[in-house]
Design a protein around this ligand. Structure first.
Ligand SMILES: Cc1cc2nc3c(=O)[nH]c(=O)nc-3n(C[C@H](O)[C@H](O)[C@H](O)COP(=O)(O)O)c2cc1C
Length: 337
């Protein structure tokens, strides 16, 4: 039987399939089902910067109002009875997941600034998180944003985390970078252990009747995997960071391609939401069978073997084949009358 083990963020994974942040990984029974189906690790849904900050502001307002009537001391500001912050709830969930599962549990922070909210990461580490994924969901909507300032945001946030944590940190990157390889190398210098390619931005839609902007969450399609596979292939060998992929991985075949390109972990979300946790079991079986049929002894044997640096035709990943691909396109006969 081929050996499926992989290493991601210094974690020894029993195979490369990881359940990425989703409503399933935040629930104890969901996480158990994922572990039973063979998931090698889970990444919890994120703790969000906006939620933490809004909660702090609300609590401060409440406490200020409370303290107004207390003559004895301005500092006497009782916390409302039964109040549970989202951080406390998150930590409880993390602890419950850690005691219920044998596989690594990766916590997730999601935000856009390197402010004080990042100090919550330490509590996640103390609650037993095996690693932390940072999702910087930043949309450069301000004309003053430059490519450099957006990249610097990622670096600053990574540095703020690395300065306080001893567990490994991964950064979930957006696909919208001009020079992703350079950015990953700079992240590596901060001490980041891995990157996850690529975050999916959810695209708002316009309702043609009401003319309102409607937030839309469409699950991914397998066609999205190729973009990730290409960038993994280009990145592999240029960084010591482990590379995870996320976005469009619904099939064993695409997961194998990501490994061939150089990924250490393939993260799954949409496929699990669409087909249930058993989809992971099916993908693992198919992966195992493919390795056997193609006489690979292990996942590590194939990892990176079709990266840009090792592919027989590396130019295919870059511009070189562009003209050829366009010229070889066969237009359907029905297009022109
Ligand atoms: C309903 C839903 C909730 C998600 N929640 C989070 C989250 O809390 N944090 C995060 O980093 N990504 C979150 N994601 C993104 C996924 O983890 C994943 O990166 C993305 O969906 C692409 O992978 P996929 O094609 O397998 O779905 C969420 C995705 C969905 C569909």
């Amino acid at each position: 039987m081929p050996e499926l083990r992989s290493n991601y963020l210094g974690l020894a994974l029993k195979n490369p399939l990881v359940a990425s942040s989703s409503p399933i990984t935040g629930k104890l029974d969901g996480a158990r089902q994922l572990e039973d189906a063979g998931a090698a690790a889970i990444i919890m849904p994120s703790l969000f910067e906006e939620v933490i900050i809004a909660e702090h502001e609300r609590l401060d307002r409440f406490l200020d109002e409370q303290s107004l009537g207390h003559g004895e001391a301005d500092s006497f500001r009782p916390i409302p009875h039964g109040f549970r912050s989202s951080e406390e709830t998150y930590l409880e969930r993390l602890e419950a997941l850690k005691s219920a599962l044998d596989i690594p549990v990766i916590a997730s922070l999601n935000g856009t600034t390197s402010g004080g909210w990042l100090s919550h990461a330490l509590a996640l580490q103390e609650a037993g998180a095996d690693a932390l994924e940072l999702n910087v969901y930043y949309i450069a909507s301000n004309p003053r944003d430059t490519a450099q300032s957006v990249e610097q945001r990622y670096i600053d946030m990574a540095e703020a985390l690395l300065g306080q944590l001893s567990i490994p940190v991964a950064v979930k990157l957006s696909e919208q970078f001009t020079a992703p390889l350079n950015l990953v190398q700079r992240l590596e210098q901060t001490g980041v252990a891995g990157v996850s390619l690529f975050n999916r931005f959810y695209q708002p839609d316009i309702d043609l009747e009401s003319l309102e902007v409607i937030p839309r969450l469409n699950l991914s399609s397998p066609a999205e995997a190729l973009l990730r596979i290409r960038w993994v292939a280009m990145l592999y060998g240029h960084t010591r960071c482990d590379i995870g992929v996320t976005g469009g991985f619904h099939k064993a075949a695409d997961s194998i391609k990501a490994l061939l390109a150089g990924a250490s972990a393939v993260q799954l979300c949409s496929v699990l939401l669409e087909q249930g946790c058993d989809a992971l079991r099916v993908m693992l079986d198919e992966m195992q069978r493919w390795l056997e049929d193609n006489e690979y002894e292990s996942v590590s044997q194939l990892k990176g073997s079709v990266s840009e640096q090792h592919a027989p035709n590396p130019a295919a990943y870059a511009r070189a084949n562009y003209i050829e691909v366009l010229e070889n396109y066969e237009m359907p006969g029905s297009v022109l009358s």
